[in-house]
Design a protein around this ligand. Structure first.
Ligand code: ZN
Length: 391
């Protein structure tokens, strides 16, 4: 039978079965599904500065039919209790579902043969810590006009101790840019490398610093030294061994991302530190000539590694920092981490647009002070929190 005809017959048979099974598919019996779905990496909960645990992970959904599929609802359920942990529909769902895993292609509609990646964030209620989760997908087959739902993509929740770090910088006014868990630039930095997906930047933070007037930059925004954080010393967050360092790339002119940047220069002058337990820390974008450690060097927590700069794929001086499960800054999986202690002093509740504006124009950040400041230990500063680090 010609391939095309075979596919058409299979599609008719499957549509028949979905129609029979439409409504709900149980967990036990084999039921044909018009899609396949899997969690790319089992989530490892991050303990956030808001006192909650956060599951940040990715669900891949592929359309295996000859019809379009429209995703109507995705619910995250505790296993085995079935307790509802998160429900997404409408724009809240479509805005997180990237067709082909590509940022900028968000939609709830999966064409024939397409897959998408749903970027999920579950902020758990205090006291909740599921051992496993599953996903109830509700969708519509556009052609026969059949609604279908099934509970699929079960995954354990990883219960690995969180990596505990010392301060990467010292002083006040550091703001956690593009941080956990609903910002986009790091959390959705899914890459196809060596034939599979990687997401090393899932818990990355771009650290910048506000001055006493809440400015990231004062005066000419093209002048590196006008940025509050420029030249700050970058510290080893733990005892470890340097497995990569680079020190020779030039500063970029702030204000726009450089053109024609190669993958191996994107991190600029950078250090990868092996801190043991299978965990590695990336520090990126430091000043040329400032990186004082070389591959093979053993460092102690608090040692100076370099100075904050604007090298590589960077449009303003900042320190990009993340923890990953391998030495490759791109071809590793990003893991959550916490700082052993810091003072939470403010939050920019006006969001990433406010941060971007402050960086681009020198306008003050719109900060909501935390009064009195809170000393927090063993948590991850969440997106756009402002912290003070001390030794
Ligand atoms: Zn970054």
């Amino acid at each position: 039978m010609p391939t095309r005809a075979l596919v058409a017959v299979l599609a008719r048979i499957l549509v028949c079965c979905w129609a029979l099974a439409a409504g709900s598919a149980g967990a036990q019996e084999p039921v044909p599904t018009p899609f396949v779905a899997d969690v790319l990496w089992a989530p490892n909960p991050a303990s956030g500065s808001d006192g909650r645990r956060h599951l940040v992970y990715e669900l891949r959904i592929g359309n295996v039919t000859a019809s379009g599929l429209r995703l109507n609802k995705v619910e995250v359920l505790d296993e085995p209790s079935g307790k509802l942990l998160l429900s997404l529909d409408g724009d809240g769902l479509a805005n997180r579902f990237s067709i082909g895993g590509r940022r900028g292609s968000e939609s709830a509609d999966l064409g024939v043969g397409q897959f998408g990646v749903l970027f999920l964030h579950v902020a758990l209620e205090p006291g909740d810590l599921p051992r496993a989760i599953a996903h109830r997908l509700s969708l519509r087959l556009v052609q026969p006009g059949v609604d279908f739902s099934a509970t699929v993509a079960r995954t354990p929740v990883v219960d690995r101790p969180l990596v505990v770090l010392g301060p990467p910088l010292l002083g006040a006014g550091y703001i956690a840019g593009d941080g956990c868990c609903d910002s986009i630039r790091h959390v959705r930095a899914l890459l196809a490398l060596n034939g599979h997906f990687t997401l090393s930047q899932r818990f990355a933070i771009d650290w910048e610093q506000a001055d006493s007037e809440n400015r990231l930059v004062k005066g000419d925004t093209k002048t590196l030294s006008n940025y509050t954080i420029f030249g700050r010393e970058v510290l080893a967050v733990a005892d470890g061994t340097v497995v990569f360092s680079r020190n020779d790339l030039p500063e970029q002119v702030p204000g726009a991302l450089p053109q024609g940047m190669t993958v191996d220069e994107a991190d600029g002058n950078s250090v990868v530190l092996d801190i043991g337990g299978g965990n590695y820390v990336l520090y990126a974008h430091m000043q040329p000539g400032s990186v004082t450690v070389r591959s093979g060097a053993n460092v102690k927590r608090g040692d100076v590694l370099g100075k904050v700069g604007n090298t590589g794929n960077s449009q303003a001086p900042h320190l990009h920092l993340h923890v990953m499960d391998g030495p490759s800054p791109l071809a590793s999986n990003g893991v959550p981490y916490v700082f052993d202690s810091f003072k939470l002093t403010a939050i920019d509740k006006a969001g990433t647009a406010d941060f971007d504006k402050a960086e681009a124009t020198g306008a003050p950040l719109t900060l909501t002070p935390i009064s009195p400041p809170q000393v927090l230990s063993r948590v991850l500063p969440l997106d756009l929190t402002v912290v003070e680090f001390a030794r």
